[in-house]
Design a protein around this ligand. Structure first.
Ligand SMILES: *[C@@H]1O[C@H](CO)[C@@H](O)[C@H](O)[C@H]1NC(C)=O
Length: 306
């Protein structure tokens, strides 16, 4: 190996080294942006942020620069289990998603303020949550049931306002689910069931009333029948009693008349008649009569009769 050869190697090494360096520097000066990205040049050595917003493609810049990249298309931000309190203080669980896009014209300001996309999204997420809480607090529990479209509109407006302050636009908003606490749902169901029961009872009322009136009328009719029967029985009893009384009176009258005739025709005195009656009483008696005294003439007998 000669001197010339050694010098040749050094030159070759040098040239190769320079080439590698140039290629490395060139490589460090090129950065690519994808079709769904925009970016701002940041010189990591000079610590300088460019002002121009770059679009998709391969870009050359100062050695060691990077792109601070942001999406150039709408991205989705979603909340699946966000609990907020409504106007009544009842916890409501929301499942909400929406699409947002950082305004490219404001990108420089955004990067100055929030450094990078990740940080920016964190701030947006917090702002979105705050917007949700704000919208929630404007509605009472029954309005969550009855005015869901209004709530969606309120969320959209509140979100748009807050995101506008952060240089982001909102497109679609999906309120996928609004869940109220189980106890509240239960109470609503119970109330509904009670309302139905009341309705059933109210529907039943005319029928029950008719039934009750029918029963009352039947009872009244039965009572009238009983009264009529009692009155009729009473009349019959009275008639019968009167007839019996008349018959008895008649019988005695006939007897009295007969005795009067006897007294007259026989010319009897009172004593004589009583004696006659005594004889007749003994004669018509079925049992033996022990007549040791002048029984028919007894004054007490007269008294008893009178
Ligand atoms: C809810 O708000 C609506 C409208 O403001 C109102 O009409 C309704 O009475 C409220 N309901 C309750 C339970 O407070």
């Amino acid at each position: 190996m000669g001197e010339g050869n050694t010098a040749g190697y050094v030159i070759v090494f040098f040239v190769v080294g320079v080439l590698v360096m140039i290629i490395t520097l060139l490589a460090l000066s090129f950065q690519r942006l994808e079709s769904d990205e925009i970016g701002i040049v940041y010189d990591t050595i000079q610590k300088h942020l460019g002002s121009e917003v770059k679009q998709e493609g391969l870009h050359i810049g100062p050695v060691g620069f990077v792109f601070i990249k942001f999406p150039s298309v709408f991205k989705t931000l979603g909340y699946t289990d966000l609990t907020c309190l409504d106007k009544d203080g009842v916890p409501i669980v929301l499942d909400v998603a929406f699409q947002y896009l950082a305004r490219p014209s404001d990108l420089h300001r955004i990067v100055m303020e929030f450094r990078d996309h990740e940080n920016y999204v964190n701030v947006l997420t917090t702002a979105g949550e705050a917007a949700m809480h704000e919208a929630c607090s404007k509605f009472n529990t029954s309005e969550f049931q009855s005015a869901r479209a209004l709530f969606t509109e309120e969320v959209r407006e509140t979100l748009s306002l807050r995101f506008n302050d952060l240089s982001s636009d909102i497109t679609d908003l999906q309120v996928n689910d609004i869940t109220k606490p189980p106890a509240y749902e239960r109470a609503v169901r119970d109330k509904e069931a009670a309302r139905e029961n009341i309705q059933v009872a109210e529907n039943e009322r005319p029928r029950q009333l008719t039934q009750a009136r029918t029963t009352l009328r039947e009872a009244e009719t039965q009572a009238q029948i009983a009264i009529n029967k009692a009155q009729s029985d009473a009349r019959i009893a009275i008639s019968r009693a009167e007839a019996e009384a008349a018959a008895i009176t008649n019988e005695y009258q006939t007897e009295a008349d007969t005795y009067a005739t006897i007294i007259q025709s026989q010319g009897l005195t009172t004593e004589g008649f009583l004696a006659y009656m005594g004889v007749r009483a003994i004669g018509s008696s079925k049992n033996p009569v022990y007549a040791g005294v002048m029984a028919p003439a007894k004054t007490s007998y007269l008294g008893e009769k009178a």
